[in-house]
Design a protein around this ligand. Structure first.
Ligand code: CAA
Length: 262
């Protein structure tokens, strides 16, 4: 996106090793899943790399775009990792160690909800398992008309554990979430838009332009109001009406103070 400069966070070579590329262009960070020859399959290094990007994001970044190079957004976990007899996996025998292991990987996803940034998933082709969950971790999903979302984990004997179950249920409801996960069927773009999994569907060759337009619109809005509004909207589902009304008042006081310099 525009003239990109490299980050001062994780080294470029380290990110490349993890199948990632990071470009910083003013207030916009673009994170690219960059193993197209493997359909952007992700390893533990990918998730640790995403967490490192989140930790080291420069303060001026307001929008983060997550995209995939090549025909697919991401084919999910790198299945090659299963063939080494589970080497590198926490195997569950030590529950506490396994809990810590998964929590560390989840950090690659959780930072995308931070209120100081708006995150946009630009999705095309396959978004399977961990890839689907990555799209779900973002605030807004813009997808190409060739997109297929699939929560494959139960079909492989596992559960989705990269923070995707909460947004999935919140977006599509418990019945649809169960049906999608327990059949591991693929949701095509038109259905995805209908059930709320995508905010926008565009022809494949219009995806980059649609994301650019969205980013431009997001950046045109007052930065402080953006942060406060994201914080507010993300707590709405859990709050009672009274709690949410109080939260609106608190945020508005902050906005008014900033606007009138008090
Ligand atoms: N891991 C490792 N390699 C993968 C991969 C994956 N998840 N997905 C694709 N690849 C590789 C293929 O093996 C192939 O390699 P070669 O060229 O060496 O043969 C290359 O990428 C291209 O793949 P395809 O030729 O299959 O490309 P396609 O466009 O015809 O199909 C696809 C794409 C539908 C994604 C298909 O590759 C596929 O079904 N991949 C597996 C998807 C999957 O089951 N992912 C795991 C989901 S579960 C999860 O993510 C979370 C968890 O915790 C378990």
């Amino acid at each position: 996106m525009g003239d990109a400069t490299t980050t001062t966070g994780p080294a470029e070579a380290e990110l490349a090793e993890a199948g990632l590329r990071l470009e910083l262009d003013g207030a916009v960070a673009t994170v690219t899943l960059n193993r197209p020859e493997r359909r952007n399959a992700m390893t533990f290094a990918t998730w640790r790399g995403l967490a490192a990007i989140g930790r080291s994001l420069p303060a001026g970044v307001r929008v983060v775009v997550l995209r995939g190079e090549g025909p697919s957004f991401s084919a999910g976990i790198d299945l090659g990792m299963f063939s080494g007899g589970g080497e590198g996996f926490a195997d569950g025998a030590d529950a506490e160690a396994t809990d810590r292991f998964i929590a560390e990987l989840q950090e690659g996803y959780t930072w995308l909800r931070r209120p100081d940034i708006v995150t946009v998933a630009a999705v095309q082709g396959h978004a399977i398992g961990a890839g689907f969950q990555l799209a779900l971790a973002c605030d807004i999903r813009v997808i190409a008309d060739d997109t297929g979302f699939c929560m494959k984990e139960p079909a492989l004997g596992l559960v989705p554990d990269l923070t995707g179950t909460k947004p999935l249920v919140e977006v599509v409801g418990i019945g649809r979430a169960l049906e999608l996960c327990l059949t591991a069927r693929t949701v095509r773009a038109d259905e995805a838009a209908r059930i709320g999994l995508a905010e926008t569907v565009v022809p494949r060759d219009a995806l980059d332009g649609a994301v650019r337009d969205l980013v431009e619109a997001l950046l045109a809005v007052n930065p402080g109001a953006t942060v406060a509004t994201k914080r507010l909207l993300w707590q709405a589902a859990e709050n009672t009406l009274d709690e949410q009304s109080a939260a609106e008042r608190r945020e508005q006081i902050g906005r008014l103070r900033e606007m009138f310099g008090k």
